[in-house]
Design a protein around this ligand. Sequence first.
Ligand SMILES: [Zn+2]
Ligand SMILES: [Zn+2]
Length: 170
Amino acid sequence: MTEHQAPHCLQCQKAPKETPQSQYCSLKCKLLANKHVDGECWIWQRRATADGYGIVDHRGKTGLVHRVAFENFVGPIPEGMLVCHHCDRPAYWNPKHLFVGSSADNYKDMVRKGRDARGERGFHTKLNEQIVLAIRADDSKSNAEWATELNVTAPAIHAIRIRRSWRHVV
Ligand SMILES: [Zn+2]
Ligand SMILES: [Zn+2]
């Protein structure tokens, strides 16, 4: 097989590769090439964050797969909104199973589904990528307000905002 030598995208085999180093024509094709099907769902089995959200690198930037998938297959994510999963698994990313919600919606949904591991495994279990993104996107709440809501310290919220912690989340 000499397919890896081909000038065209390994996924769609139509468009030229995005750069000489890349295998694919676009981020969309890169995502599709890493799709593992589980019934109606698509699973990301490559890099993931500590709490299981898929990570993909593209043009020197790192993104969360479910957000990037939403942007590339559905449309732009409105300012300050989160991408949530109907199928409720962080590494799942079928765009048809993703929806946009506010941080409050998502947090309530998470608590309702029992995914909030508050107090069980310490600091990091109280925060996840979705909450980190919500904190950074929402300037209307103070560090202290977020801290109270999430049962963490105000300096922990500050560290998230200035990207001293959770730096891998974009
Ligand atoms: Zn392609
Ligand atoms: Zn799904």
